[in-house]
Write a protein that binds this ligand. Structure first.
Ligand SMILES: Nc1nc2c(ncn2[C@@H]2O[C@H](COP(=O)(O)OP(=O)(O)O)[C@@H](O)[C@H]2O)c(=O)[nH]1
Ligand SMILES: [Mg+2]
Length: 443
């Protein structure tokens, strides 16, 4: 089989001979990548089998099913529940129960999550919609963003914890993959609350802003409103989710991506019921005395563009961006805060010769250090010995001096005694003489 090694490559002007009948090499290019490694680029005209990879991937994905978690944020009554039901074409929420005027109104933003298992042409999707009822409904909405951000972070934390467990086989991804932010169709500009919340959210989630209930605005109003919203978002440096661009994208795909991005914030209309259009068609939409607004009509609203971004074309990219960028940033910031920092050297590419040289230098340095230490210990010991010798020498001198002094003293004493004795003897002899004289006188 052809392997991308240097020995098996032939220059592109020569037709190489195939060693395997089923593998025909059409063109051969040798590229040099940044690290100096040669990469052989070949197009095979025969069949090896790896072109089946997308099919294998497809089969596996179908087997495992998909999951997608979307959060909707916006004031009550902007059509959040209606839009979710419109997007996934089914009533996700039970009909609203009439509330008695005396019914207690919750005082904070509640977080509600509803999951549904959907199936379309054999593809299974577990959809979870996280709703934020109560958002923006209070006199003081100062901390309205807090429970929302906390919920998003709790989901990241749960994932991080699951990843750190010994058994990571069945991690359920409950992270929020996209937030649809509903902007009230005022026609003016973003409210301070919108800016505050989006600022808190944009680095943690894929943010997709929409103009709610856009059927109440005229086309010109929508164009002007969108321009103002985009300017506000730019000014406050709020990042929105962008459709990624790939080298392999066809011109058509590129155009589609540009078209989707040009419509942000999407002006949307939600409707779950069907109406009859003036030309007799039946379509999902809203009927007014002056006509019909169709949900699935590009001329009436941007619903289809939102669906393309969120569901039809870029759901996987939303999940990928959540995992690889948003979660990764959160995770590393969290671990850094806990004092676990990354040892970058672990990821260095290793050149064996350089590595060997590094190790040799390290060994050499270690030897020198040991030698220096040993010399120091030796010198210390010598100094100690010298000190001890000097001390005993001093002691000997002292003893010698002491002995000499005591001998001198003894000698002096003896001499004194001797002198004394001698003087005593002189005295005695004169006395003896005189005594002898006396006897002679008496006799
Ligand atoms: N005009 C208009 N009304 C809508 C639209 N979407 C929903 N509504 C209506 O707005 C009301 C509140 O909708 P709901 O989905 O419950 O809003 P939520 O509180 O944000 O979940 C309902 O009466 C809907 O029929 C829309 O796009 N245009
Ligand atoms: Mg609702």
């Amino acid at each position: 089989m052809a392997t991308p090694s240097e020995s098996s490559y032939s220059p592109s002007n020569q037709k190489p001979e195939s060693r395997d009948a089923s593998v025909l090499i059409d063109t051969v290019d040798v590229l040099q990548n940044g690290s100096g490694t040669n990469i052989v680029r070949r197009k095979l005209t025969g069949f090896v089998g790896f072109s089946n990879l997308p099919i294998q991937w497809h089969r596996k994905s179908i087997q495992n099913g998909f999951n997608f978690n979307v959060m909707v944020v916006g004031e009550s009554g902007l059509g959040k529940s209606t839009l979710v039901s419109t997007l996934f074409d089914m009533p996700l929420y039970p009909p609203r129960s009439e509330k008695r005027p005396s019914a207690e109104i919750p005082k904070t933003v509640a977080i509600q999550s509803i999951s549904a298992d959907l199936e379309e042409r054999g593809v299974k999707l577990r959809l979870t919609v996280v709703d934020t009822p109560g958002f923006g409904d209070f006199v003081n909405n100062e901390d309205a963003w807090r429970p929302i951000v906390e919920n998003i972070e709790q989901r990241f934390d749960a994932f991080l914890e699951a990843e750190n467990k010994a058994n990571r086989a069945n991690i359920v991804d409950n992270r929020i993959h996209a937030v649809i932010y509903f902007i009230a169709p005022t026609g003016h500009s973003l409210k301070p609350l919108d800016i505050e919340v989006m600022t808190k959210l944009h680095n943690k989630v894929n943010l997709i802003p929409v103009i709610a209930k856009s059927d109440i605005l005229t086309d010109e109003e929508i164009v002007a409103f969108k321009a103002r919203i985009r300017a506000d978002l730019d000014y406050h440096k709020i990042n929105l989710f962008e459709t990624p661009r790939y080298e392999v994208d066809s011109d058509e795909t590129m155009e589609e991506k540009t078209a989707i991005m040009s419509k942000i914030p999407f002006a949307i209309v939600g409707a779950t019921s069907e109406v009859t259009t003036p030309d007799g068609r039946v379509a999902r939409g809203r009927k007014y005395p002056w006509g019909v607004v169709e949900v699935d009509n590009e001329d009436h609203c941007d619903f289809l563009k939102l669906r393309a971004m969120l569901v039809k074309n870029y759901m996987e990219e939303l999940k990928e961006y959540t995992n690889e960028i948003l979660y990764e940033n959160y995770r590393s910031a969290k671990l850094m805060a806990m004092g676990v920092s990354q040892d970058q050297s672990v990821f260095k590419e290793v050149n064996p010769a350089v590595k060997q040289e590094e190790e040799r230098a390290l060994h050499q340095a270690k030897l020198l250090k040991m030698e220096a230490e040993m010399r120091m210990v030796f010198q210390q010991k010598v100094a100690e010995k010298e000190q001890r010798l000097k001390q005993s020498e001093d002691e000997l001198f002292a003893r010698h001096r002491e002995m000499k002094e005591s001998l001198d003293k003894q000698r002096r004493d003896l001499e004194a005694k001797k002198a004394q004795i001698e003087s005593g003897r002189i005295y005695m002899s004169t006395e003896e003489k005189s005594r002898k004289k006396g006897f002679s006188l008496r006799s």
